[in-house]
Design a protein around this ligand. Structure first.
Ligand SMILES: Nc1ncnc2c1ncn2[C@@H]1O[C@H](COP(=O)(O)OP(=O)(O)OP(=O)(O)O)[C@@H](O)[C@H]1O
Length: 247
């Protein structure tokens, strides 16, 4: 995916300004920067979640496999299937574990029970949750721990086989053990998916990502290989941020 000169406004307020950033295929790109700098806005633009907020306008282009995602012919439901999202707070549906993962498949028209079961198992395995839930698939998802619920949401996002996964601070509400599991999972998922992750936690960005993009006051200051951004950034503002001089 690639954003070119993307500007997004909420009413009169510019949240991001002329951001050009490529989210490379089968890599993890971390979006970092102080609160309010536009990380989530940028992330949500990639599958047009900002369309749901009234008064939002944009200029610039976002390409997915060369297609402009704002083209008239683009079906937003299909776009969101191709570009899935996991939020900060896990948001399982008040349904069984199985039905949470099967949901998108059913909406997409899949009816065959065996096929559904296979895809649910594959997604739960992919999200490193299968062993913990395989004997309780019919129980409510709301009975899972916070970390399990977040992995369930990742399984639900994966079930429809997206190409890109957007994660908005997916571990910020979790304890260190559950966070480590999510980070391990991200590491495994990147062989199959293109991932963009917003995180406030710089150690986490350094651990999980291949590339890091530093945002500041709505602008992309710089983006590069994670190691370079953390050890040898080009811009003074990046250095000040990653060394903790401001937050
Ligand atoms: N729905 C909205 N309506 C109006 N302004 C908004 C809305 N969402 C975000 N903003 C504003 O846009 C700017 C960018 O916000 P955004 O949430 O993208 O930043 P962020 O870097 O993700 O922040 P945080 O790290 O605190 O989540 C901020 O000034 C914010 O107040």
């Amino acid at each position: 995916m690639e954003a070119r000169e993307l500007t997004l406004r909420y009413g009169p307020k510019t949240a991001i300004h002329k951001v050009s950033l490529a989210i490379l295929d089968r890599r993890v790109t971390a979006l970092i920067g102080p609160s309010g700098c536009g990380k989530s806005t940028f992330l949500r633009s990639l599958n047009r979640m900002n369309d749901l907020i009234s008064g939002t306008t944009h200029s610039g282009t976002i390409l997915l496999d060369g297609m402009d995602i704002h083209d008239r012919g683009v079906d937003v439901v299909d776009l969101r299937r191709r570009v899935g999202m996991v939020f900060q707070k896990s948001n399982p549906f008040p349904k069984s574990i199985f039905e949470n993962v099967a949901y998108g498949l059913r909406v997409g028209g899949m009816k065959d029970k065996a096929e559904l079961a296979t895809r649910v198992e594959k997604s739960l395995r992919g999200a490193a949750l299968w062993d913990e839930v395989k004997d309780r698939l019919d129980e409510s998802a709301l009975g899972l721990s916070g970390g399990q619920q977040q992995r369930l949401c990742i399984a639900r996002a994966m079930a429809v086989e997206p190409e890109v996964l957007l994660m908005d601070e997916p571990a910020s509400a979790l304890d260190p053990i559950a966070t480590a599991k999510i980070e391990e999972l991200i590491h495994e998922l990147k062989s199959t998916y293109t991932i963009a992750i917003v995180t406030h936690n710089m150690q986490q960005a350094a651990r999980v990502s291949d590339r890091t993009a530093f945002f500041y006051m709505g602008e992309l200051v710089e983006c590069g290989p994670t190691e370079q951004i953390f050890t040898n950034p080009r811009e003074k503002r990046t250095e000040d941020y990653v060394t903790g001089k401001f937050g």
